[in-house]
Ligand binder design. Structure first.
Ligand code: DQA
Length: 145
């Protein structure tokens, strides 16, 4: 059975509260439940984590080495700043899909820069929280080929 790790960065725990016009009204707990249910029907193991601290994301990517089959990552604002997270992703070489709830490429200029994208096999942006399920699907297809 495949194991997928979902890593969420800063402020994603505030879903439902933070700028609902941009990020939607679903809260973080419901997002986690949605992914857990999807994992059950897809017959995979899922590990979902969230932190507001850059080093936690680096640690979780490093710890994935040789134990996790694929990673879905939404680094939040660290997408646009973190070379450390990119380097961790490159170091472990695990298939990774970048997800953004909002369409970062049509927002402010600073959001149009993504460091993590250089280490990802796909980016899903602007599909709301459904993007997480699309990312899981994409990873599973990739891993089963
Ligand atoms: C985000 C987009 C980022 O620019 C922002 O800093 C976030 C969320 C998204 O999911 O749309 O925190 O990654």
């Amino acid at each position: 059975m495949k194991t997928i790790r979902v890593i969420n960065g800063p402020n994603l725990n505030m879903l439902g509260v933070r700028e609902p016009d941009i990020y939607g009204k679903t809260d973080y707990k419901s997002l986690c439940e949605m992914m857990e249910n999807y994992a059950k029907v897809s017959d995979i193991n899922i590990q979902i984590m969230q932190s507001n601290h850059e080093g936690d994301l680096v640690d979780w990517i490093q710890e994935s080495y040789k134990v996790i089959d694929g990673i879905v990552i939404n680094p939040g604002a660290y997408t646009h700043t973190s070379i450390a997270i990119l380097d961790a992703a490159k170091a472990v070489g695990i298939p990774m899909v970048e997800v953004h709830i909002s369409d970062v490429d049509s927002r402010e200029e600073f959001r149009q820069v993504s460091y993590i994208r250089k280490a990802c096999i796909k980016t899903i942006s602007g599909h709301g929280i459904n993007g997480y399920l699309e990312a899981i699907d994409f990873l599973l297809q990739h891993l089963n080929n």
